[in-house]
Design a protein around this ligand. Structure first.
Ligand SMILES: Nc1ncnc2c1ncn2[C@@H]1O[C@H](COP(=O)(O)OP(=O)(O)O)[C@@H](O)[C@H]1O
Ligand SMILES: [Mg+2]
Length: 181
């Protein structure tokens, strides 16, 4: 199965992905995908930003080569990975306060921090993910350790429960916006 592991920057995607059982899961980071696994696409732009338009065009032409290395599941990790044609999408969520702390530690500017807090509070990635029609799942990681997040991911993939049906059952942090002011 081809899986997208998405979520606002700082939600813990890379940390959790590193803890998945390597016998079963091949993990590929989105920026590596554009760098190394696309023919006819110049990924060397000196930036981690992926040109989604070009990437999706290339995928549409069937040129995306995803090396599964014989593993049962391939996980594409990145905050744009939910735009890819995958079988299942998992979006990591987190309360905006701990997100703010993490992004500050990462050295993001105040503007960038606020931008990401807003995106998280407004569930931007989940709403985008619900668009194309692959089953979408969210994990609220706010109270979870990295191994617990990895375990939730593995559970969803190995026996997928009922996916989100629409915007009504999305994890909701909008109430936190009032606490920022
Ligand atoms: N479940 C967790 N609990 C506490 N801290 C975490 C957890 N997951 C990730 N972190 C920390 O949060 C920061 C961002 O995690 P990272 O995996 O790089 O996020 P992403 O890949 O989604 O941008 C890192 O400093 C990481 O150590
Ligand atoms: Mg990451």
């Amino acid at each position: 199965m081809l899986v997208s592991l998405s979520g606002t920057p700082g939600t813990g995607k890379s940390t959790a992905a590193a803890l998945l059982d390597p016998e079963v899961y091949e993990t590929i980071h989105m920026n590596k995908l554009s760098e190394n696994h696309i023919q006819g696409f110049d990924g060397a732009r000196g930036s981690a930003e992926v040109d989604m338009e070009t990437l999706l065009e290339v995928i549409g032409e069937g040129k995306l080569k995803i090396p599964g290395n014989g593993k049962k599941h391939v996980i594409i990790v990145g905050h744009l990975s939910h735009h890819l044609p995958v079988d299942l999408i998992i979006v990591l969520r987190i309360s905006t306060k701990p997100l703010e702390q993490r992004l500050r530690l990462r050295g993001y500017s105040q503007e960038k921090i606020r931008e990401n807090m807003e995106a998280e509070a407004l569930s931007v990635i989940t709403i985008e993910a619900l668009n194309p029609g692959s089953p979408v799942y969210e994990i609220d990681t706010t109270q979870l350790t990295p191994p617990e997040v990895a375990s939730h991911i593995q559970q969803i993939i190995s026996s997928p429960p009922e996916p989100l049906t629409g915007s009504g059952d999305i994890i909701n942090f909008t109430g936190e916006i009032m606490e920022w002011y």
